[in-house]
Design a protein around this ligand. Structure first.
Ligand code: PEP
Length: 250
């Protein structure tokens, strides 16, 4: 009942021209895919061109961040409506790199999540523990707080539409992947917490796994009952490898 979502987070990579070139290739490689939803999140400057390139195809475009205010004296920031205006449908919120380098907190994640919905965007809200937190055995406590505080005060409809990405920080860009069992354990926990808040909506919410997903490990991860897709960094940068991920063997 939950359509898998394979999302590429391009981080701070690719000029407009580079983004369009990869999307052109990706578009033709995945044109026949109907059973997996496809999302690419380029840098802000490439959003409009990316959205124009994939228009009418089965690829969606999303931003990697936004600011919650609608407009005004916030130099360097981009509002939810401005992101929507580029032709984007999604926005990543609370990626661990933003939490680590740009002071993102559960409070700002929540403001951004609500503002995204207010502009008609679907948020992909990232949660995940650091290596130290896993070693200190507080993974579940950390995740519970991130879910409860970051995703609070949504309507039932928003709660169902929101996408959650579980990204253990120790697995991002490190080549270390959580084992399918390790990931499933946290995904099931996230769905349980979410169902305590949002009841049946939690069964509709897609929970993506992120952290060194690649064409070799994707199928085993996707076999887990609570893993509904991937949020992919490195392996989404080239059309070939991302097309392989989208077409993972079921
Ligand atoms: C990410 O950027 O969210 C990510 C999971 O990166 P990577 O796939 O490179 O680990």
């Amino acid at each position: 009942m939950r359509k898998p979502l394979m999302a590429g987070n391009w981080k701070m990579n690719k000029t407009i021209g580079e983004a369009v070139t990869v999307l052109k290739a990706l578009k033709s490689s995945v044109a026949d895919v109907t059973d997996v939803e496809i999302l690419i999140c380029p840098v802000f400057t490439a959003l409009s061109a990316a959205a124009a390139e994939v228009k009418g195809s089965n690829i969606n475009i999303g931003a990697q961040n936004l600011f919650w205010e609608p407009k005004g004296a916030f130099t360097g920031e981009i509002s939810p409506a401005m992101v929507k205006d580029t032709g984007s449908a999604y926005v990543i919120i609370g990626h661990s790199e933003r939490r680590q380098y740009f002071g993102e907190t559960d409070e700002t994640v929540n403001k951004k999540t609500k503002a995204a919905f207010g502009a008609g965007l679907i948020p992909v809200v990232c949660v995940g523990e650091t290596l130290k937190e896993r070693e200190d055995n507080i993974t579940f406590k950390v995740i519970e707080k991130q879910v409860r505080d970051g995703l609070k005060e949504l309507t039932a409809e928003q709660a169902a539409a929101a996408v959650i990405a579980y990204e253990p920080v120790w697995a991002i860009g490190t080549g270390k992947t959580a084992s399918p069992d390790q990931a499933q354990e946290v995904h099931a926990f996230i769905r349980k917490i979410y169902s305590e808040i949002y009841k049946d909506a939690a069964q509709k919410t897609r929970i993506l796994y992120g952290g060194s997903v690649n064409p070799k490990n994707v199928s085993e991860l996707m076999k887990q009952p609570d893993i509904d897709g991937g949020l992919v960094g490195g392996a989404s940068l080239e059309a070939d490898s991302f097309a392989q991920l989208v077409k993972y063997s079921k």
